[in-house]
Write a protein that binds this ligand. Structure first.
Ligand SMILES: [Zn+2]
Ligand SMILES: [Zn+2]
Length: 155
């Protein structure tokens, strides 16, 4: 009875309940852009915490002219930066695919142009809002002060 131990026992190792293929699927789904349903490339994280490919975000902004998250519609401020930690994690986990995605992106001039336009427009929108009204009102106040001073001098 005792010698009925199967010889294959050592080859069966129920150590990890998640098979490598499943783990890979799971990991990939975590790093998938919800705009293009592909592996994130130049991942850019917004204030709400959602991350998208930079190009997907650029397309979304250029089409809608709205500074909002494509997923939850929360408005973001400034020029969102590429999430460096996320990018290097993706590069480490999916070296080949990440490389392929990056090369595809960089070899497409219209995408590169869109990303540049996106940043330019965000920057100019950013500068136009807070910078111009105070500058104008300061000039206005200076003008009033000057008028008062010159009035004061002449009287
Ligand atoms: Zn994307
Ligand atoms: Zn969001």
């Amino acid at each position: 009875m005792r010698e009925a131990i199967p010889a294959t026992r050592s080859s069966v190792r129920p150590r990890s309940p998640i098979r490598p293929a499943m783990a890979e699927d799971l990991a990939e789904s975590l790093f998938t852009c919800s705009c293009c349903y592909d592996l994130l490339v130049e991942p850019t994280t917004l204030m709400c915490g959602h991350s998208f490919c930079r190009i997907c975000l650029a397309r979304w902004y250029l089409e809608s002219s709205k500074r909002e998250c494509p997923e939850c519609r929360q408005v973001y401020l400034g020029v969102p930066k590429v999430n460096i930690v996320l990018r290097s994690t993706i590069e480490k986990l999916f070296t080949e695919k990440a490389d392929e995605r990056l090369q595809d992106l960089h070899s497409d001039p219209s995408s590169m142009q869109k990303m540049a336009d996106f940043e330019k427009r965000l920057l100019s929108a950013e500068n136009a809002k807070p910078a111009s009204p105070p500058r104008n009102s300061l000039a206005f106040i200076k003008g009033i002060l000057f008028t008062f001073l010159s009035l004061g001098v002449s009287y």
